[in-house]
Design a protein around this ligand. Structure first.
Ligand code: AMP
Length: 280
């Protein structure tokens, strides 16, 4: 595995592969890799000729005063894990190379609407940071395929829309959420949980599963069910931001279960903001 931090070195490698018509598959990450990330990499390996993984903790998607500084950075471990998965290039650009100017002066990519609801409502500016970095990385890596996790369901929907709206020649693939044995979705932020909080954390997925069961057996009047799910989380020690039943394709609020739905939730447990979702 070649580890490249230099943007022009990455671009030269990409150019050589493009000339020889290699199919490039890209997995963008913020590092601190767990089995969820590794599943994306495995799918990448089987989806093309060359696999490029990036590790970049993107300051633009963190609001001031949130966890950018304490976000776990474990490059040595990450490199070892990727090496065993037959990755071709690990791209680890420096913040100053990606953003040579102040963030306020940097050109942004905005996907309106979808970026402003759910997590976007509670993390203003977050998805602009995500779409801007993903667009920039797509331009640098020029992948034929890029792979994202369904754990970040809203992010996946926003990236699909960006790709469609701007005509990026990239096929977006997704991977189902990888979970711990007790159902908690794997996340780098799970490390912020104390042992006591970690023991409570599976309640988030259990709440989504219970709600799915109710919808599957014909529940109607969704706002009432959403409120009850929020209450269950609160009683379990969470500070929920939202539990919301949405149309899977558009993320518009759902009022009946006649089309594919997704239930999404975000909730704080101690200093960790956890998100999860389940298809109905
Ligand atoms: P992150 O490093 O958190 O930005 O995540 C990088 C990619 O891994 C994103 O596409 C995430 O959706 C995906 N991912 C993170 N956690 C999981 C998980 N538990 N299962 C599947 N994919 C995941």
């Amino acid at each position: 595995m070649l580890q490249l931090s230099d943007i022009s070195a990455l671009q030269s490698q990409v150019k050589r592969w493009k000339v020889s018509q290699q199919r490039l598959v890209f997995v963008p990450t913020m590092g601190n890799l767990h089995q969820g990330h590794l599943q994306l990499v495995r799918q990448a390996r089987s989806s093309g000729d060359k696999v490029i993984v990036s590790i970049f903790v993107n300051p633009m998607q963190f609001a001031p005063g949130t966890d950018f500084d304490r976000y776990p950075r474990t490059l040595k471990d990450d490199t070892q894990q990727l090496d065993t998965l037959d990755v071709d290039v690990l791209f680890t650009p420096a913040v100053n190379d990606i953003y040579p100017q102040d963030l306020e002066k940097t050109t942004k990519v905005i996907v309106p609407g979808l970026s402003d609801i759910l997590c976007g409502e509670f993390r203003p500016g977050h998805f602009v940071g995500v779409t801007t970095i993903v667009a920039k990385l797509f331009n640098l890596v020029q992948p034929d395929v890029a792979i994202f996790g369904e754990k970040d369901y809203q992010q996946l929907a926003i990236i699909k829309k960006m790709v469609a709206d701007l005509g990026f020649p990239v096929e977006i693939q997704s991977v189902s959420t990888i979970r711990e044995a007790d159902g908690l979705a794997m996340s780098s932020r799970n490390q912020y949980l104390t042992p006591e909080e970690r023991a409570k954390a599976p309640l988030l997925y259990q709440t989504l599963q219970a709600l799915k069961k109710q919808i599957d057996s014909g529940a109607s009047g969704f706002p009432e069910y959403e409120s009850r799910a929020m209450l269950a989380l609160q009683q379990g020690g969470f500070r929920p931001e939202y539990v919301s039943i949405r149309h899977a394709a558009t993320l518009a609020p759902a009022s009946d279960n006649n089309s594919p739905l997704v239930i999404l939730a975000a909730a704080w447990l101690g200093t960790a903001r956890l998100i999860d979702n389940i298809a109905v």
